[in-house]
Design a binder for this molecule. Sequence first.
Ligand code: SAH
Length: 224
Amino acid sequence: MRREQDELHRGIGMTSQRTRERLIQRLYEEGLSNARVLEAIRRTPRHLFVDEALAHRAYEDTALPIGHNQTISQPYMVARMSELLLAAGPLDKVLEIGTGSGYQTAILAQLVERIFSVERIQGLQDRAKERMTTLNLRNVVFRWGDGWEGWPALAPYNGIIVTAAASEVPQALLDQLAPGGRLVIPVGAGDVQQLLLIVREEQGFARHVLDSVRFVPLLNGPLA
Ligand code: SAH
């Protein structure tokens, strides 16, 4: 049993530590340099976040299907968005919209004090919860709901990350950003969107347009 647990976390064959190291090396070569972010990715068994049939592809730098027409984000994008969120210093309270598999959640859970994660598909959320338990990540709280509304009861947040493409920046998320808070969000209605970083300043918001990205859309309303 113990040995099985070990193998589950460490991975074997195509999920081995060596395969994982290659992914980290590649991310580094692509310009991702935040050591804490790379270390969190190195430590996190991504193969536990996809179906067993896809586990052998878990350390490729690609998005993969997770059911319900959704995908686990590409490691590059997870690292990039985490770096942007953390670029001004440590964060104690982060809101995530679009839990999905919980992979981005698990990475952030190792980098910030507390994370609150909203997902509209209950089946995905249930599995993400189980994965946090398996990995002993205890600083995550989940909510089944509509990310367009954020999570007002617990606002404000020092960081907000959205891992689905919004047709426009949801006003509720701007409202729930603390002073100095950072929102990282893909925005656009087509297949390709723009990654935005929005920082709440003393008066108004500074808006930075960054990379061209591809995300599944941020849809309306919770779904059973
Ligand atoms: N970061 C996730 C990627 C999830 S894909 C991962 O690494 O696995 C985007 C997720 O956003 C999907 O799970 C989808 O169900 C969810 N989503 C889409 N619209 C939403 C909304 N309005 N509110 C909450 N979650 C939403």
